[in-house]
Design a protein around this ligand. Structure first.
Ligand code: ADP
Ligand code: ZN
Length: 723
């Protein structure tokens, strides 16, 4: 028999199928080791066949077979083809998406243990074999016993001699490392509200593949997901449930664990390699039927999918920032198509692209306009910070927010203070000469961190000593501009000395369950105020929170990104949604320097459709996505000269495309990237806005053909981060 093998080298030169002779029982999808170019390397068996196209003396045998059950199911190979042609990556790179990386690199393995038990055959044992007699007597009283322990107690020779005679059998079984996340508690399905019931009926009865569940925060979307999943499991199918960043949603996890017990497997970055490996195999073997995780769980090894759910579908974490730079929704659509299953996108603030697809009838749109039990959405009060400055209020808190905080704390309720930035302050500027402290490896300004009294680069993590004086002019009037979480905590402490305050941002969160600990502390009311950045905006359900303060609501409006309006609307809605989720009515204080901004107006009134109609008009008139495609070809390398040469070559080739089809281009230019250097690599870009994706494949090909050992060239579609 012969196997068609893809070698695990993600390089275009070996991106072919190689043939090896193999044992007759080998099946497609197994991982193997094969001789390749004088080495032994890993490979994936694509298929097994009777005859080879090559003469037998040219075909080498497979060196080793890894899996008893093939790691890769047949769907992987179908998706592999589509991913490798869509994103122009080698097949091996596409296949790697389907395996946990630790497992692929052979760093973790199954843990096996052997168990010995008496067989049903009665075998005569000589009277002189005392040990053997003892073993038989011992095993008669019990069902089975650890083989290694048995050998230790009675001697390996005696045990093995019984095994040879057939008196005892030894069975090898895999041991599972079970990740324990939170407590298991009993949780029963809730009685659906009328609206929830209708939503499920609509999804189950619609002939469309993609369903957009647009429900305000607190409208009970989670219960809809859980019951949809339960219904699929009852039908013998499996399900994938994606959340933006799994370590941020411990409540959701414990809820899922409680509801589905062992049927659910959780794949997330906080697990140890061994735990991840075992959870993955539980899915692959069919023991677990529900995969829960962030973006990469879309590749979960499940067969016979009944539903794929993407919660908070607008979230930017669903776009991969490393090659292949896939969109999770796009992969989900491929899997939905392959399995003939449903894809449910849920959000209180759907992306403009998704909502457009829904209004145009491509997706089935389901709207939940009210919170569960008709709880009111929190009232949003706008605080005009220009007036505060005029009044001589230098603190980051408006008088409205201070009053509301005071009232909230007095009632024994909790508050969340949200701000966009991290660190004690933003830039470090010399007031005498205007010098700004920058990172040596990256072309970005450094941020002061008061707890460690140092300057940090948020791109490469480099730390620098605090500056006693300006290195340029020697001046000592160094200023730390801007507000950060640390400064906010310091100000809050002086305003409300009795309040217990905790902070959550990238600096305070570390370790496997850092998020979990902070959130748990807040949930169990061990703190009154939670101060944090973006990571506190997502999906949390804290019943005692009745006040949310948004310190700098318009911060994200100031970015020159066509999506800044959309991002701001999403952020305000999501953060506000944390307030008043239980019986007490919630409030939100939104601080801004431009209260007249229309985005804020729509957000204050929870008017998603108003926002959408306005936004889509602008996108259409100005030809921005979804009415065009923004494409950035990044060219990066350590050698500036070589990188610039590559940039010119890439630009030249794209220029040729434009000459041939000028109408397809709205904009094309080459330039330094906004951040000129990261980790010692120079960064250039060719930026273009295209009418549609007709030339996209050509542009990917240009990127691949200009990549060298010195210069990396890659394509980003509608990038969320243009730094
Ligand atoms: P969303 O995901 O839409 O923001 P959640 O799923 O968090 O909303 O639901 C909001 C709250 O309503 C939660 O506390 C949840 O337990 C509760 N809830 C959801 N569905 C029901 C129901 N059918 N009956 C009673 N309470 C419900
Ligand atoms: Zn740096």
């Amino acid at each position: 028999m012969y196997a068609e093998v893809i070698v695990d080298i993600a390089h275009s030169q070996v991106d072919r199928i190689f043939e090896y002779s193999c044992p007759p029982d080998l099946t497609a999808g197994c991982r193997v080791k094969v001789p390749f170019g004088g080495r032994i390397i890993d490979g994936f068996v694509l298929s097994v066949k009777e005859a080879s196209v090559y003469p037998p003396e040219k075909v080498k045998p497979i060196a080793e077979v890894f899996d008893e059950l093939p790691a890769l199911q047949s769907e992987c190979f179908s998706l592999m083809e589509r991913i490798s042609s869509r994103y122009k990556v080698p097949k091996a790179a596409a296949l790697r998406l389907f395996l946990p990386s630790e497992m692929r690199l052979g760093k973790v393995h199954e843990v096996y243990r052997k168990y010995a038990k008496l067989s049903h055959i009665s075998v005569p044992i000589s009277k002189t074999a005392k040990k053997q007699q003892e073993i038989v007597v011992f095993l008669q009283g019990i069902d089975e016993y650890d083989y290694t322990a048995l050998c230790n107690e009675y001697g390996r020779a005696a045990v093995n001699s019984l095994v040879e005679k057939g008196a005892i059998t030894v069975e090898k079984r895999q041991i599972k490392r079970n990740p324990v996340l939170g407590n298991y508690y009993e949780e029963k399905p809730k009685t659906l509200t009328y609206m929830q019931g209708n939503a499920i009926k609509s999804i189950e009865n619609s002939s469309k593949t993609v369903h957009l569940l647009h429900g305000v925060t607190g409208s009970g979307k989670t219960e809809i997901y859980l019951q949809l999943i339960a219904n699929e499991i009852k039908k013998g199918k499996s399900a994938i449930f994606l959340v933006p960043e799994i370590s941020l949603t411990p409540q959701m996890l414990s809820q899922l664990r409680a509801r589905f017990k062992g049927e659910a497997a959780i794949l997330h970055s906080g697990l140890s390699a061994g735990e991840k490996f075992d959870e993955w195999w539980r899915l692959r073997s069919g023991e677990a039927k529900i995969a829960i995780g962030a973006r990469s769980a879309i590749f979960a090894p499940l067969e016979n999918l009944g539903a794929i759910i993407i919660d908070e579908e607008h979230d930017t974490s669903y776009l991969s920032e490393t090659a292949p730079r896939y969109s999770t929704v796009e992969i989900a659509k491929l899997r939905a198509e392959y399995n003939g299953c449903k894809l449910i996108l849920g959000s209180a603030t759907p992306s403009v692209e998704s909502y457009l697809a829904a209004t145009e009838g491509e997706y089935n749109l389901i709207t939940l306009p009210e919170r569960i039990n008709k709880r009111p959405l929190p009232e949003i009060i706008i605080a005009d910070m220009r007036k505060e400055v005029k009044r001589g209020n230098p603190s980051p808190f408006s008088s409205a927010l201070r009053e509301e905080l005071d009232a909230t704390l007095k009632c024994g309720n909790q508050a969340i203070i949200f701000l966009n930035r991290r660190g004690y302050s933003q830039k470090v500027i010399c007031r005498d000469c205007g010098y700004v402290a920058k990172c040596e490896n990256c072309d970005v300004s450094l941020t002061y961190h008061s707890e460690e009294d140092c300057l940090k680069c948020h791109y490469c993590g480099a730390k620098y000593r605090m500056l006693p004086a300006c290195p340029d002019c020697g001046g000592v009037h160094i200023r730390y501009s801007g507000t950060g979480t640390q400064r906010v905590v310091a100000e809050l402490t002086s305003l409300f000395p009795q309040a217990r305050i905790i902070r959550m941002d990238n600096d305070t969160v570390s370790g496997k369950d850092g998020h979990y600990k902070i959130l748990k502390k807040f949930a169990s009311k061990e703190a009154d105020i939670l101060v944090g950045t973006q990571m506190i905006a997502k999906g949390h359900d804290f019943p005692a929170v009745t006040l949310v303060g948004i310190l700098d609501a318009d911060m994200s409006l100031q970015f020159s990104d066509y999506r800044s309006g959309e991002r701001t609307f999403q952020l305000i809605t999501q953060v506000s949604g944390r307030s008043g989720r239980a019986d007490d009515k919630g409030k939100v204080v939104l601080q801004t320097y431009c209260p007249e901004n229309y985005i804020l107006r729509y957000a204050v009134n929870y008017d998603y459709t108003g926002f959408f109609n306005n936004e889509i008009q602008i996108r259409k008139a100005t030809l921005f996505p979804p009415y065009s495609l923004i494409c950035r070809v990044m060219v990066t390398g350590e050698d500036d000269k070589k990188t610039l040469e590559a940039l010119k070559s890439v630009y030249f080739e794209i220029e040729e495309l434009r000459k041939a089809q000028p109408k397809r281009f709205i904009f094309l230019n080459k330039m330094h990237s906004p951040v000129k250097k990261i980790q010692g690599k120079h960064r250039y870009q060719v930026l273009m806005r295209l009418k549609d994706d007709a030339l996209l494949q050509k542009i990917y090909e240009i990127a691949v053909s200009n990549t060298t050992p010195y210069v990396l060239v890659y394509v980003e579609e509608n990038p969320t981060n243009l730094s």
